[in-house]
Write a protein that binds this ligand. Structure first.
Ligand code: G16
Length: 543
């Protein structure tokens, strides 16, 4: 089988964002678009000759067609093997685990994560390296450079590979192994947690609802929660992955997982609720009438991780992305371990995890994970919560109340202004950036600015520097506002405004977050002039 070399030229708009390349599905389906990007990944990582790569995705529209193209291009570029999830399905954490377990040269993960799926929605592709984690900034830059210099790509002509049958076949010289997408991951989870205790919890009548949002986690959650741990049938809802996620928005937050929120705040609600996103790396945690912000969830997991066998000896350190609240910092301080503050994007945790400097990490964007893989992991977070609930015998609300009593409460919220014209979004960021130096000492909405800067990060392991990672404004008393532009959207710009306020007085730990954060919101809006510059008087999504 001779590879075809197809002449092409660079296509504009192939710069990877926070997590690989995300575009409208129809853009990915345009002639040469996918092929150009795949060849650029292959060239950017220095070729794939003789290597084995993992390939899988979240099952969204175009997942299967794109996988066939990637396999034919791997064959044409001299790869030795591909390990593919049955039906083209692999959750992002399961793909990360397979890359590590098989010692492969990395993997292609097809997903636009929490973005909607379908021919008129979003598609995405990213490359994870041999450590199982998202390509570093350096590799990403090489991939982008390759997209700008590309003149040809290589692909073999071949029949489609049967993705549905477990087993090994060949495509030219490429060996294609179709594997059960759940089995290895489920085995890993069993090695981390006390499944006996969790089983006993469910056997005692503990009730849970897990909303898989019609996305990739359904089969994983059903196999582990219902079939292995004995949760009642029906615990997992929306558990069959569909190409358009049941026409939904698979983003696990109180807005998009409203049905679950309503159930958890209704009469006779289950003891524990959780949801995960399109590709299974995000999670939402909600107890009976108790929503847990992702930042608080990270802090709670750090405080109680020792209850799970994998973390019984304590944590080496923790890390959080800069916009994530300081709740976990306070837990780390009490434990006497390091807490690292990184830019937004899981790729920045990779060096810290590989160097053994941190065990747990997390982000305000509903991601938590540990050194068991190199991705955030939605179901892992849910299982760690279950292990903690089983071991402590406490409810979610009790655990949160104790956390706030011991460490203070970091009230937190994120306001998203979506689909803003790019020049208007830039005007907000540029204007604020220009005023940062003058802000300290300013009094606004009853708060006094103590610092204002643009976040830059020097990786303590590889020495690389990432600049322009968000604008931070700190206020007296531990409040903070952060502004940054999303790197995962596909239309216009999304301004993210992150608000936080630390409260330590015991009688003020039970306020509605909107009330506690009102002054910070007012100060942030005044200082940024956001409403006047964008014409928006309210955010589209508040989480
Ligand atoms: C991706 C990254 C996360 C990051 C998030 C933020 O999440 O993997 O590490 O926190 O994007 O995105 P934005 O730039 O829009 O704020 P995911 O779940 O979309 O892969």
């Amino acid at each position: 089988m001779q590879p075809d070399t197809v002449a092409t030229q660079p296509i504009a708009g192939q710069k990877p964002g926070t997590s690989g390349l995300r575009k409208k599905t129809r853009t990915f389906m345009e002639p040469h678009f996918l092929e150009n990007y795949v060849q650029s990944i292959i060239d950017g990582i220095g070729g794939v000759v003789g290597q084995t790569l993992v390939v899988g995705g979240d099952g969204r529209y175009f997942n299967d067609r794109a996988i066939q193209v990637i396999l034919r291009m791997l064959a044409a570029n001299g790869a030795a093997g591909a390990v593919v999830g049955q039906g083209g399905i692999l959750s992002t954490p399961a793909a990360s685990h397979l890359i590590r377990k098989r010692g492969t040269g990395g993997g292609f993960i097809l997903s636009a994560s929490h973005n909607p799926g379908g021919i008129d929605a979003d598609f995405g592709l990213k490359f994870n390296g041999p450590n199982g984690g998202p390509a570093s900034e350096g590799v990403t830059a090489k991939i982008f450079a390759a997209t700008e210099a590309i003149t040809e790509y290589r692909i073999v002509e071949a029949q489609d590979v049967d993705l549905d049958t477990i087993g090994t076949s060949t495509l030219g010289d490429l060996s294609v192994e179709i594997v059960n997408p759940v089995a290895d991951y489920a085995e890993l989870m069993e090695s981390l947690f006390d499944f006996g205790k969790i089983r006993a919890l469910f056997a005692s009548g503990f009730r849970m609802r897990f909303d898989a949002m019609h996305a990739v986690t359904g089969p994983y959650a059903t196999a582990i929660l219902e079939d292995t741990l004995g949760a009642a049938t029906g615990t997992v809802i929306n558990g069959t992955p569909s190409p358009d996620f049941g026409q939904g928005h698979p983003d696990p937050n109180p807005v998009w997982a409203k049905t679950l929120m309503d159930e958890m705040y209704g009469d006779d609600s289950p003891d524990f609720g959780a949801a995960s996103d399109g590709d299974g790396d995000r999670n939402m945690i909600v107890g009976r009438r108790q929503y847990v912000t992702p930042s608080d969830s990270l802090a709670l997991l750090a405080a109680h991780a020792h209850r799970a066998p994998a973390y019984a000896n304590g944590l080496a350190g923790v890390a959080r992305s800069m916009p994530t609240s300081g709740a976990v910092d306070r837990v780390a301080e009490a434990q006497g371990i390091d807490c690292y503050e990184t830019p937004t994007g899981w790729k920045f945790f990779g060096t810290l995890l590989d160097a053994g400097k941190v065990t747990l990490c997390g982000e305000e964007s509903a991601g938590t994970g540990s050194d068991h893989v190199r991705e955030k992991d939605g179901l892992w977070a849910v299982l760690l919560w279950l292990n903690i609930l089983a071991d402590s015998g406490q409810s979610v609300a009790d655990l949160m109340a104790a956390l706030w009593r011991d460490f203070g409460r970091c009230y937190y919220s994120r306001h998203d202004y979506e689909d803003v014209e790019v020049d208007k979004a830039n005007a907000v960021m540029d204007g604020l950036r220009a005023r940062l130096a003058t802000l300290p000492g300013t009094q606004v909405a009853g708060l006094t600015v103590t610092f204002a800067d643009e976040f830059a990060y020097d990786d303590p392991v590889d020495g690389s520097r990432a600049e322009a990672q968000g604008l931070r404004i700190g206020f007296e008393g531990g409040a903070r506002a952060v502004f940054r532009l999303s790197g995962t959207g596909t239309v216009g710009a999304t301004i993210r405004m992150y608000l936080e306020r630390l409260e330590t007085s015991a009688d003020a730990l039970d306020q509605p977050a909107e009330t506690a954060l009102r002054p910070v919101v007012d100060a942030a809006l005044t200082l940024s002039d956001l409403a006047a510059l964008t014409g928006r008087d309210s955010p589209n999504v508040i989480t």
